[in-house]
Design a protein around this ligand. Structure first.
Ligand SMILES: [Zn+2]
Length: 105
């Protein structure tokens, strides 16, 4: 296993600057963020990445809930209800966007 390439940067999760950050793939999908070691080790993801999965809380599998989603919601001070409302808002915004695009054709 290669040694992680640690460098000074701003964590995408907590927003703090750290001497030791690492850019790696998010657990939320095919995208990468810069994580400080504290957030990386705790499995905390950026809130926008969690909402961006476009899955409601009950659609997420239990392992993901236990190791990623629940600790992340706690870190971001979000309830399950707030999370589901933000996913619904994303759904509504995307639906409106696509309907607008279709009307434009
Ligand atoms: Zn962090």
């Amino acid at each position: 296993m290669s040694k992680p390439n640690l460098e000074k940067g701003i964590c995408a999760v907590c927003g703090k600057e750290s001497e030791y950050t690492h850019v790696c793939c998010s657990a939320c999908g095919a995208t990468s963020y810069r994580y400080c070691l504290q957030c990386l080790n705790a499995g905390i993801e950026p809130y926008s990445a969690l909402v961006g999965m476009d899955l409601y809380y009950d659609q997420v599998n239990d392992n993901f809930k236990d190791y990623i989603l629940n600790p992340s919601l706690k870190f971001h001070n979000k309830t399950v209800e707030q999370f589901n409302a933000d996913v619904k808002k994303l759904d509504d915004d995307m639906r409106a966007y696509f309907e607008q695009q279709r009307e434009g054709v």
